[in-house]
Design a protein around this ligand. Structure first.
Ligand SMILES: Cc1cc2nc3c(=O)[nH]c(=O)nc-3n(C[C@H](O)[C@H](O)[C@H](O)COP(=O)(O)OP(=O)(O)OC[C@H]3O[C@@H](n4cnc5c(N)ncnc54)[C@H](O)[C@@H]3O)c2cc1C
Length: 439
């Protein structure tokens, strides 16, 4: 390998603030809004030109994790706080369907533009300073303490300094580059990526009460003709808030040679984007020919980037165990509840679902505190969780609440001179409850 040395140079310190949030997906948005609303000077950086992360850019399409799990009962909201507030705001703009049945629970399909608008409003009102089109590049770390982060954008390279850093990059980039330890799924096995798209001109009346199970048997039928390439036999189709549109969470990206594609490897991501676009056309043709109501429907748009379910999880003071999820474990230091199933996307091996009926588990604050680094919290899909546990806790309502917890934890760190490890979690939980969280 040919290695060159990058020239040493002076860089400008752009901001010195209380809280620096990296990544503007659901967890980052919640972290920044909550910190700024409490009067802390807050900066959020995001490599895209909008908030929403995988929920918008990856167009995962719905907010999951708000409700209980029950095969026959009614929906009961078990998560509120920032997640509930966001959904209420989206609903007031007709941007979300509050509950649509999904297996034994419910999800809330949304409109991606209204998601972005809602996020813009919340951030602007909170006073947090946003840098879009800005990538986190590296950290300056001394004795386990981040002294500043290096960012890169059209203006060049510069630095931002904070007292607390919150890694909401999904991939745990900050924790990883600051000396944190991480895992990749189960011994390197991670869930498959999906390239999501929307179709329009769907005749939902004709679709009637066709169910996901019916779509799955049609997928196998079409596949068996040998005329379609449909590697995922369990596609999900959801009604979008706009009545003619469908959210198509249908593809499954499998490398041509069958190897695992890693979202932290640029060439793997590139291959996934190429493969994803090809599959979109296959699934479009399939639904047009096999699914009632889709005869005249057509591709309206795709996610702006490949959808990533799993990459690094950062090793923290506590790791959420598969057993905690299955046995509905409760914690004194809980920051959010979840009854979302373990929903494992296994490429060509299908989607495995384990329901958590009539109870919920909780996620403790310690899953947000990376080992080896003192002034960093992680939130969202890179928190510390075992492979199957993550397949449940990665959904958006939980990411929102983890972000909110991290943003509000900053209050004690900055105002009461505490650290991520010495702050009083009971006080943090009280603050979250004051802001509407159900704990
Ligand atoms: C296909 C698919 C379908 C899904 N379906 C659902 C669903 O129906 N319901 C549900 O609730 N959840 C669903 N999910 C899961 C959910 O969307 C994600 O787990 C969730 O969005 C994770 O939120 P996050 O904030 O942790 O990270 P992300 O949403 O991944 O956001 C991370 C943000 O950080 C930014 N970023 C990353 N690295 C850098 C960097 N170095 N510098 C600057 N910015 C950076 C990214 O651009 C991104 O905006 C789905 C996921 C996928 C992939």
């Amino acid at each position: 390998m040919n290695i060159n040395i990058e020239k040493e140079r002076k860089i400008l310190v752009l901001d010195e603030v209380d809280v620096v949030v990296i990544g503007g997906g659901p967890s980052g948005l919640a972290a920044a809004v909550n910190a700024a609303e409490e009067g802390l000077t807050t900066v959020i950086i995001e490599k895209n030109g909008f908030f929403g992360g995988a929920n918008v850019g990856g167009y995962s399409g719905s907010i999951g994790g708000l409700f209980n799990s029950t095969e026959t009962g009614e929906p009961v909201q078990i998560v509120n706080g920032f997640a509930g507030r966001f959904v209420d705001l989206m609903e007031s703009k007709n941007g979300i369907v509050r509950h649509e049945r999904f297996g034994h629970t419910w999800l809330s399909p949304h409109d991606p533009f209204i998601w972005k608008e809602t996020a813009d409003e919340l951030i602007e009102k909170s006073g947090a300073k946003t840098y879009f089109h800005t990538s986190y590049v590296d950290s300056i770390v001394e004795n386990g303490e981040i002294k500043g982060i290096i960012i890169e954008n059209k203006d060049g390279r510069s630095m931002i300094k904070g007292k607390l850093y919150i890694d909401c990059s999904g991939d745990g980039d900050v924790a990883h580059r600051s000396g944190g330890l991480s895992h990749f799924g189960k011994d390197g096995d991670i869930q498959s990526m999906t390239f999501t798209f929307r179709m329009t001109d769907v005749d939902w009346e004709k679709y009637g009460d066709f169910k996901l199970e019916d779509i799955w048997s049609k997928t196998s039928e079409a596949s068996n003709t040998g005329e379609y390439f449909l590697p995922r036999k369990h596609p999900f189709i959801f009604r979008a808030p706009n009545k003619k549109q469908a959210i198509m969470n249908a593809t499954s990206i499998v490398a041509k040679d069958g190897r695992t594609l890693y979202p932290t490897k640029t060439l793997d991501l590139t291959e996934a984007e190429f493969l994803g676009r090809k599959q979109v056309r296959e699934y479009e043709r399939f639904v047009q020919n096999y699914i009632p109501g889709f005869e005249n429907a057509y591709l309206m748009d795709t996610a702006s980037q490949i959808g990533i379910r799993q990459s690094r999880t950062i090793v923290c003071d506590y790791t959420l165990k598969n057993e905690d999820v299955v046995k509905a474990k409760k914690f004194d230091t809980a920051i959010v509840r979840s009854a979302w199933p373990i929903e494992l996307h296994l490429g060509e091996n299908g989607v495995k679902v384990i329901n958590l009926d009539e109870d919920y588990y909780e996620i403790p604050f310690e899953t947000l505190i990376p080992k080896n680094i003192n002034n960093l919290l992680v939130a969202g899909r890179c928190i510390s969780a075992e492979h199957e546990a993550l397949a449940s806790c990665r959904v958006v309502a939980q990411c929102f609440e983890e972000g909110a917890a991290a943003g509000l934890a900053a209050l004690q760190i900055i105002k009461d001179n505490k650290t991520t490890r010495t702050l009083l979690v009971e006080k943090l939980r009280k603050k979250m409850i004051e802001k509407g969280s159900l704990l």
